[in-house]
Write a protein that binds this ligand. Structure first.
Ligand code: NAD
Length: 260
């Protein structure tokens, strides 16, 4: 389905991004990996994408809080694999703290990574997508793009911002074959959530089991975590012809959380 296309998945060394990169490689796209982590593990993952799916895969360890570094990465990708056809803005971090104690540096980091980095990748990928008359931009947002939870001011602000960016880009790309949508998962069991369970337990003074049951899945009516494979298959669908009229949509995948 995506043969001869290039997909950049930010934050694809772990969790949701890793699963999306795997799925898009299975769909035939050449893959650009990005994110932090153990160099040997990342190289093994990169090589496995090439071996298992017969695609090309490259890795850029670019820190996406650095706009100039994003420009360098996008230029390198163009010379390595051609311009980006499928852009998945997925990299993100969380910090849990009451607003009065929220570290200013954490606010700046979360806005830079979870929101501004997507503006930069989009502005740099958009010209060639428009020129080719085809592009797919998928922003991995969150249920927190639609509703709030306490102690997550930066994350909720950034994710609500991503929803607005998604709609704006959808309108700008609409007549150029470019589609832009946001996937809004509820709680997905990944390293990000594991860290959050520990942080929330500390902030609220309760056990990690209580956080899972009474805080995280309290909002998720199915009482089940979303899986990374489910998010990846949603992203794959959004790249398919069947989804070509899905544009500017803020798509929930949260077991019914925001239906309440
Ligand atoms: P994760 O911690 O498993 O992965 C995050 C990825 O981002 C990693 O590859 C990491 O190396 C990368 N990253 C972190 N800082 C970076 C930086 N400065 N520059 C480049 N890469 C950086 O997290 P995840 O749970 O897979 O989350 C992925 C996305 O999904 C995030 O945007 C998150 O907000 C969103 N999300 C997650 C959940 C969930 O429950 N896990 C729910 C809704 C939305």
């Amino acid at each position: 389905m995506l043969k001869h296309k290039t997909a950049l998945v930010t934050g694809s060394t772990s969790g949701i991004g890793k699963a999306i990169a795997t799925q898009l490689a299975a769909d035939g796209a050449n893959i650009v990996l990005n994110g932090f982590g153990d160099a040997d593990e990342i190289e093994a993952f990169r090589a496995s994408l090439e071996k298992d799916h017969g695609v090309k895969a490259v890795y850029h360890g670019t820190d996406l809080t650095d706009a100039a570094a994003i420009e360098d990465m996008m230029a390198s990708i163009k010379s390595e694999l051609g311009s980006v056809d499928v852009l998945v803005n997925n990299a993100g971090v969380q910090h849990v703290s009451p607003v009065e104690d929220f570290p200013v540096a954490k606010w700046d980091l979360i806005i830079a990574l979870n929101l501004s980095s997507s503006f930069h990748t989009i502005r740099l990928a958009m010209p060639e997508m428009k020129e080719k008359g085809w592009g797919r931009i998928i922003n991995v947002a969150s249920a927190h793009a639609l509703v709030a939870s306490p102690y997550k001011s930066a994350y909720v602000a950034a994710k609500h911002g991503i929803a607005g960016l998604t709609k704006t880009i959808a309108l700008e790309g609409a007549q150029h074959g470019v589609r832009c949508n946001a996937i809004c998962p509820g709680y997905v069991y990944t390293p990000l959530v594991e860290g959050q369970i520990a942080d929330t337990a500390k902030t609220r003074g309760i056990s990690e089991e209580e956080v899972k049951k009474d805080v995280l899945l309290a909002a998720q009516p199915t009482k089940e975590f979303v899986t990374v494979e489910q998010v990846a298959s949603f992203a794959s669908f959004l790249c398919s012809d069947g989804a070509s009229q899905v544009n500017g949509s803020i798509l929930s995948m949260d077991g019914g959380w925001v239906a309440q």
